[in-house]
Write a protein that binds this ligand. Structure first.
Ligand code: GTA
Length: 171
């Protein structure tokens, strides 16, 4: 039976719409890259905490925290860059699903970090998934409409209802 990590279809369910290449190139990148994406993180988790946990899988080259493009504050994801492929696979195999700051984090193979990918792509600045979330998440802040300032972020057109994070209004 083929190893889980040799079958490109099983590497990741995520397809980055902004990957600059075709499906074959995307799969090749997933199979060879030494970058992992970490999702479902607390907005309060620090780079030091990420380093502490992910260095258990191997030596880390770099960590890039995912940031809200408006507030420039962490918005629940990051990229961890390793030196070796083996360590990258170990991070996906052993760290995914572990609890960091009370949250089960998701570690996914990634095609490779490029400048710009650190920003949330949601319309309000954070991650897209948080704008469509229908389950309650205490880490998603109440963001009020009409330029209300919340935790150093200023939003002009959109608001998110509390921990449900559903994008409900476009003025
Ligand atoms: N390797 O799983 C991932 C992953 N995710 C979710 C984001 N990134 C990921 N990388 C890997 N694996 O660089 C990367 C992106 C980017 C950065 C921020 O993190 O490549 P983003 O999350 O803000 O935006 O990215 P992205 O990825 O362009 O959003 P996308 O793919 O539309 O949606 C992400 C999730 O949101 C979906 O899986 C889905 O669960 C939910 N979602 C999106 N649209 C809807 C919708 N209309 N209705 C309901 N749910 C939705």
């Amino acid at each position: 039976m083929a190893s889980l990590f040799k079958d490109p279809a099983k590497l990741s369910a995520y397809r980055d719409r902004r990957f600059p290449g075709n499906q074959e190139e995307f799969e090749h990148a997933l199979q060879t890259s030494t970058t992992v994406y970490v999702g479902n993180m607390s907005f309060y988790t620090t780079e030091e905490q990420v380093y502490e946990l992910f260095s258990r899988a191997g030596e880390i080259k770099k960590i890039i925290m995912g940031l809200d493009k408006n507030s420039k504050t962490p918005c629940g994801f990051c990229f961890v860059l390793y030196y070796s492929r083996e360590d990258t696979e170990d991070a996906c195999k052993y760290i995914s699903g572990t609890i960091l700051d009370d949250r089960p984090i998701r570690v996914d193979f990634d095609w490779g970090f490029q400048d710009g990918r650190q920003w949330g792509r949601g319309r309000s600045g954070g991650q897209v998934r948080d704008e469509y979330r229908t389950d309650y998440d205490p880490d998603i802040l109440l963001i009020a409409p009409n330029n209300f300032v919340c935790n150093s972020c200023i939003l002009d057109s959109y608001f998110v209802i509390g921990g449900y994070g559903k994008l409900v209004q476009k003025e």
